[in-house]
Design a protein around this ligand. Sequence first.
Ligand SMILES: C[S@@+](CC[C@H](N)C(=O)[O-])C[C@H]1O[C@@H](n2cnc3c(N)ncnc32)[C@H](O)[C@@H]1O
Length: 394
Amino acid sequence: MTPAARLAAAAEILDQVIEGTPAEKALTGWARRSRFAGSKDRAAIRDHVFDALRCRRSFAALGQGAAPESGRGLMLGLLRAAGQAPEAMFTGEGHAPKPLSEAEQGPFALPEDAARDLDLPGWVWPLMQQTLGDQARAAAEALRHRAPVHIRVNTARTSVAALQALLEAEGLKVAPVPLVETALEVTGGARRLQQLQAFEDGLFEMQDAASQAICAAIPLAPGARVLDYCAGGGGKTLALGARGGLDLTAHDAAPARMKDLPARAARAGLSVQLASTSELSRLGPFDLVLCDAPCSGSGAWRRAPEGKWLLTPERLDEVRAIQAQILDQARDLVAPGGQLAYATCSLFAAENGDQADAFLARHGADWSEEARLSLTPADGGDGFFLARFRRRAA
Ligand SMILES: C[S@@+](CC[C@H](N)C(=O)[O-])C[C@H]1O[C@@H](n2cnc3c(N)ncnc32)[C@H](O)[C@@H]1O
């Protein structure tokens, strides 16, 4: 496919996303209908679609001014944002998008609008400013760009230096990540990562550096009984387990979300017990209960940019209520003297510090807070929050 044909395909897919189809579904549907497209075409089209979702407001403004949002307008905006004249691609020749109409030629006179320029919904920008203060702009700007590819070195099986050398020998470009010592950033050849024998051999897992840093900030004694209460795919269960010598249990309110965990644990050489909600009180108490709670996902919006536009104030209130409920349920499973770790990948105080303060206000007689950690995308990984509480010994 020509670069112009790829733009036309991305515009078609974005039209479906604007109408409400999830981006992954729209991309898969397009690939099924378009067998002529090779893997490089599909990757380039996917990049266009996700770039447009990260920069949806500014691209729309640059591409079409006040006209109703369209995939075509977003692709015009993408080119203009990169300093390219769209006329060179929008030629109508072959499978290229048709030439620009008079109305599309602009220039568009646009009033200053920080939320639009930072590609955030209008109601979210003040929330981010309130939480992050003078770091808000850098965090919002980071969310407009692609996330780095991070892997977690399975230090139970290899060292960071040995894995780096092995990946470089395979032709990948790899560098350490200052945020956490178990992470490597892959800047070249990342698409091959999961086909490597080293992946099959459990020498590394795909995991954002901030997610690893959150796990690294939880101290655990050898032999500790650990419950990952909101385990999902088990990224944090495995990161904790890599320290070795822990007794690991994973739970999720939606058990199907843990379906890949047994295979991932086997690859990493770990044993993880999967537990249903009704089994937990019998299996407990635990020395650590980690609640990596459902949240707005705002710290990970560069990875999952659709979330930026789907979040509403009502949905935020709903997840806050779920977070408080999870903390109140999980605390009963912690042994006297044990820890409760509350984590989100949110950038909002309402889900982070406010939630931790409210927990202490409800239960401070039995719990003390030992640590808080806040990371934003400007720190190099996703935005993450951790509050670590300790239950008073009986
Ligand atoms: C942020 S994700 C977890 C990601 C996972 N820890 C990881 O590192 O890959 C949150 C998880 O919480 C689960 N969840 C939602 N409500 C829950 C509840 N009331 N109790 C336990 N888990 C819940 C969701 O199904 C989801 O898998």
